[in-house]
Design a protein around this ligand. Sequence first.
Ligand code: ATP
Ligand code: MG
Length: 389
Amino acid sequence: MRPITPQPGNDRDPENFVGRVATTARARERLKAGANLLLTAPRRMGKTFWMLSFAAREAGFRPYFIDYEGTNTVEEFLSKTVNALLESSDLPTKTRKVLKTVFKNIKSVGVPGILTIQPYHRATSPHKLLQEILITLDDQEGLIPLILMDEVPMAIEAIGKNEGQEAARALLQTLRAIRQANPNISWIVAGSIGFHHVLTLVDATSGELYDLEPLRLELMPSEESQELASRLLLGINIQPEAAVVAELIAVGGGMPAIQHMVVSSLKQRLSAGTALGPQEVRECFEDSIDSQDEFRWLMDIDKRISFYYGQRTELAERVLCTALSSEHRWLKITDLSQEAELPQQQELTKIINILCDDHYLEIRGKSVRWRYPVFQYIWARKNMIWERP
Ligand SMILES: Nc1ncnc2c1ncn2[C@@H]1O[C@H](COP(=O)(O)OP(=O)(O)OP(=O)(O)O)[C@@H](O)[C@H]1O
Ligand SMILES: [Mg+2]
């Protein structure tokens, strides 16, 4: 078994990518059937790492991974796209040719960098250029071109703020038009922010995404968690003993990022010469929750509530608090509204739907509960509602 050095931040090496067999098989099958996918999951579930590993490992596709983090204008969206394409070793000749007619400084073996648009194309809208460039990826030869776009909602949100709602909406429409006009090109779109918030901010409807089929990245199944736990322990020179592995799986709750985090802080403790048993794993996890620096991403989720929920923030938090259940029990919405003295049904239903879109809650008929016990636990501990055992 190959050791994995814990890297809670940004592990991007496909050699260190574990499992996700079900998601990968589903993605492969749906893409081959002609579907385009919208990858959804809570923060830190492993979306980006999955996309990169899918791109690196999957035969049958010619992948182009594009990260749109930090994109503030439609023009930047275009240049990020072009730079990502240029990094590809087997870009179709047709694409390189079009890029050369549009941009001044494209070398024959493309090196990404600052792009300058040729004078002739300065008046052409970046939307049109995007369209003209992306369609050339369909070169009809063997492998299916696969565009993997990460952090798209973040880009749409920033473009909306910088260039106005209309520019952001127009970009969503352009992307959809390109997808629909080119059935031979496959797409996977993802981001760390849910599209639903962003659509509201730019006054668009989910119609812009109707052609995308949702692909959910769920908690990691236990046999995959087991492999990850064992390899991470080996990565810090610990023989993966059954009891320690089991505790690591338990605290991780199916989130690979938590396992990485706990093992990376275990490593620091071990240098102080401590013995390692399940108790140390648990302590490490609990210390991480109490720490202000670790599990920062979970605090981001909290901050996101106040950022995106606006006036509904307090209500959302009350709903989440009332829905807490250590037995992971379903709670009837009528009981929820009574216990939390919540407003009328309509407003409550709305907030529950948003909390479901954000992966906090799940619905069954007229009942709700926290979707992921591990999130519930960390949230309740971070908000000092539950005590440390
Ligand atoms: N399948 C996996 N195998 C091993 N480690 C994983 C796996 N998936 C995720 N991880 C760990 O979790 C971390 C977070 O993953 P990633 O950055 O892909 O999450 P994300 O869902 O894209 O998060 P965000 O919403 O913040 O963009 C990785 O850096 C890695 O440490
Ligand atoms: Mg990501």
